[in-house]
Design a protein. Structure first.
Length: 279
């Protein structure tokens, strides 16, 4: 059974891309592999997605084809939710996803395996490999001085830092032949400690500000003392500034008062949502 804390932890949604395209990052279980995509179980709900020739698949820290994934597999997905039907942009097994996320954000030590006109491939200490999109805009530093891609050669030990592009390629943002400086962080003090959040009650009322709407999966997010994912159903009643409304009224920046109950999976199910445009 999925707890509310666990459900909220893996249903992390954020807005990325051009034209405010909405992307959902979520753990899921493959229920069925279809001709054009997958039927996923997200929490307790099914979600049908379609993949394209641009969809990236990862298994065992290696790019793979869609055929390696089967019904019953536990995966982590990147889904474009404002497409109809929702579009699967990326799928990885659960062991690969943290590695992939770290590689795209943090400095990684590796040995240069290959350099071509577009990519620089590193082999990491664990034996895995990763290809960075390298251009003349990549910041290269060798022996403490600015350098270029032409100064690099296979066999060099380097530290590389990536940045995820809208295409899901990873741009080589920085590369150096010496360990990057570690930024020291101050230990948490009484003032700096993150307050421990109380678990939500089984039912009640929540108030916050709408930050995004995932219409394809009947869910919107509000920011209160934390980000909360609110699921609505056909029975949910909506108002906007005191007038009856529909789910079409949901948009960022609205103030929301949510009357809810939690289901057995810990989801927050709204029975009534009162929106207002003012403070």
């Amino acid at each position: 059974m999925v707890t509310v804390r666990g459900f909220l932890a893996f249903l992390v949604a954020l807005t990325v891309g051009v034209a405010q395209a909405e992307t959902l990052l979520t753990e899921a279980k493959i229920v069925e592999v279809t001709e054009r995509g997958f039927i996923l179980q997200v929490g307790t709900q099914p979600l049908a997605v379609e993949d394209t020739y641009q969809t990236k698949f990862w298994l065992g820290k290696t790019p793979r084809k869609r055929e390696v994934f089967k019904a019953g597999d536990a995966v982590h997905c990147r889904i474009k939710t404002d497409a109809d039907p929702p579009q699967l942009r990326e799928m990885a097994d659960r062991n690969t996803w943290p590695w992939l996320d770290s590689t795209r954000k943090s400095f990684k030590k590796g040995t240069i395996e290959e350099i071509d006109a577009k990519y620089l491939t590193l082999k990491f200490d664990d034996g895995s490999q990763f290809a960075y999109r390298a251009t003349d805009k990549s910041a290269i530093k060798l022996r403490g001085k600015a350098a270029s891609l032409t100064d690099l050669e296979p066999g060099q030990v380097v530290w590389a830092k990536g940045r995820l592009l809208p295409t899901l390629d990873t741009f080589l943002a920085e590369l150096t032949d010496s360990p990057p400086a570690v930024v020291a962080t101050e230990p948490a003090t009484a003032k700096g400690k993150i307050p421990k959040l109380e678990p939500l009650k089984a039912e009640g009322v929540l108030e916050g500000t709408v930050i995004r709407h995932h219409g394809q999966i009947s869910m919107f997010d509000i920011e209160a003392d934390r980000v909360l994912h609110i699921t609505y159903t056909a029975a949910t009643k909506f108002t906007l500034d005191g007038q009856n409304a529909t789910k079409a009224a949901i948009r960022p920046q609205l103030k929301a008062r949510v009357t809810y109950k939690r289901d057995k999976a810990g989801r927050i199910i709204a029975s009534r949502v009162d929106f207002r445009t003012g403070d």
